[in-house]
Design a protein around this ligand. Structure first.
Ligand SMILES: Cc1cc2nc3c(=O)[nH]c(=O)nc-3n(C[C@H](O)[C@H](O)[C@H](O)COP(=O)(O)OP(=O)(O)OC[C@H]3O[C@@H](n4cnc5c(N)ncnc54)[C@H](O)[C@@H]3O)c2cc1C
Length: 457
């Protein structure tokens, strides 16, 4: 028997934890090293699409099932009886945020403005949202004990003979055959793989947009917006800003997840600490930003529901410095570590799930293959992963930036006179996100891996 490979996964976020479950299912030995002392995720919403749901099911059918059971479905409203999408489930209703809504006097609640167009939730089931921290808890609950080691901040990786030695902040070391960086937007693994902090692509760049995030208790949101609007995903558009809301949480602890995005007038992120992507802010800051953008009363009432003190998140990505390759020698990066994106297609984590499904399937192929040692196949496997994923992952990064400029009427042919053009544009891009034939992509990646392994070095 060839010696089994042992993989070191860095980061127990949504990518690392799901990959761990996928590897466990396939009997592939690994350890996950996480810098935090315990599982850490935000109390914020996370939306997924059918591509992500399929990817989760391929990674580990239990994850796919739990997701469909736990998520708040986003496709509850159906298209009307005129125009496109009759009877079809709606993904997001797009509204003109610069219009004042009904002030609610006399009827106990503002209904908001009517949508100017809808984008439909196509390509199968899985249009749903989860509470991030609770979802990570669910995933972590399925990981066998001892697989994740907390309090292990990776600081260095060295190749020693046929193995790699990992060095952690607590002074300890560990060995593995290869390292999979699942360590997110500020990835240390990416930095190491590229050869240091100054290398092109080692650090993400500021996208020029920031966001206020808040989870509003559902009852409060219903009082302001009415039950109809709170039950669906809504996106209020306008000049240089937009607001996204969608429901998350189980009955009894339901919230309206709100993210208010602003195009920054300054080109750089003003934090003194280069590693910090958040800055303290207040509700008044958010209200001022949206007033400056000419937003109407409905959006202002919505923003008044946010907390008086909240963080402002700088949105960083790899749009201006895409990685030439996702791997080098014994190191591979996946998820946000490889393709950190702004969130405007609601698909960043979904693409991370696709990465996991493809990588786990390739590793399975590698292990089942007739190699003398799976270690010999690692390079071919990383190359096959890169060939399968990089173009699509990097498309998301670029397209997401464009989507935000579309929602914020910053592009030609956007704004009030162009809603139909905008709807078609968004629909076409979401089709790319959701419509991937993942089974076919995995089949092709596995064939590619077999070919690469047969090609003499
Ligand atoms: C405002 C906003 C809204 C978003 N909304 C959505 C959405 O609705 N839908 C969607 O699909 N995507 C969304 N995204 C994108 C999504 O959040 C990311 O794609 C996803 O969280 C990436 O997961 P990850 O596990 O790759 O990285 P992370 O979640 O960043 O996890 C990385 C993990 O690695 C650990 N780590 C980091 N460095 C080290 C180290 N040196 N050693 C050990 N451990 C380390 C971290 O502690 C962390 O646990 C949004 C993003 C933003 C900013």
């Amino acid at each position: 028997m060839p010696p089994p490979i042992h993989l070191a996964l860095i980061g127990a976020g949504i990518t690392g934890t799901t990959l761990s479950l996928a590897l466990t299912r396939r009997g592939i030995p690994h350890t996950v090293y996480e810098q935090a002392a315990q599982p850490t995720e935000l109390g914020a919403g996370l939306g997924f699409g059918p591509n992500a749901a399929r990817a989760m099911a391929i990674a580990d059918p239990r994850v796919g099932e739990v997701f469909l059971r736990e998520c708040v479905r986003r496709d509850v409203r159906r298209g009307g009886d005129n125009g496109e999408g009759v009877g079809e489930p709606v993904w997001i209703e797009f509204l003109d945020g610069t219009v004042d809504g009904d002030d609610g006097e006399g009827d106990g609640g503002v209904e908001g403005v009517e949508p100017v167009f809808r984008v439909f939730a196509r390509y199968g089931e899985g249009h749903g949202a989860v509470h991030r921290a609770k979802w990570l808890e669910v995933l972590m609950g399925m990981v066998p004990e001892g697989v994740v080691q907390f309090g292990k901040r990776l600081e260095g990786v060295e190749r020693v003979g046929e193995r790699v030695v990992l060095r952690f902040g607590d002074g300890t070391t560990a060995e593995a055959d290869a390292v999979i960086g699942c360590d997110g937007v500020k990835s240390k693994v990416r930095e190491i793989m590229l050869g240091g902090t100054e290398a092109e692509g080692a650090k993400c760049g500021y996208s020029g947009k920031y966001a206020y995030r808040c989870m509003i208790p559902r009852d409060q949101a219903v009082r302001e917006l009415g039950v109809e609007r709170v039950g669906v995903s809504s996106l209020w558009m306008g000049h240089g800003r937009h607001v996204l809301t969608f429901p998350v949480g189980k009955p009894g602890e339901q919230f309206l997840n709100l993210v208010a995005f602003v195009t920054d007038s300054s080109e750089s992120w003003p934090s003194q600490d280069a590693r910090s992507f958040t800055l303290p802010a207040t509700r008044e800051d958010a209200l001022r930003d949206f007033e400056e953008g000419g937003f109407g009363k409905t959006v202002q009432r919505l923003l008044r529901l946010t907390k008086d003190k909240m963080d402002k998140w700088g949105l960083f990505d790899l749009a201006d410095r895409p990685l030439p390759k996702f791997y080098s020698d014994r190191i591979l990066v996946i998820g946000d570590a490889a393709h950190a994106s702004t969130p405007h297609h609601g698909s960043g984590a979904g693409f991370c799930m696709e990465d996991v499904a493809v990588l786990a399937s390739l590793l399975e192929e590698d292990i089942q293959g007739d190699d003398a040692s799976p270690i010999d196949g690692l390079q071919a496997m990383f190359a096959a992963f890169d060939a399968s994923r990089r173009e699509r992952d990097q498309w998301l990064v670029q397209s997401s930036r464009r989507a935000a400029d579309l929602y914020q009427w910053r592009l030609p042919n956007t704004g009030r006179d162009n809603f139909e053009v905008m709807r078609k544009d968004i629909e076409t891009r979401q089709a790319v996100c959701w419509g991937i034939d993942l089974e076919k992509a995995i089949r092709e990646a596995r064939e590619d891996l077999r070919r690469r392994k047969c090609t003499p070095k």
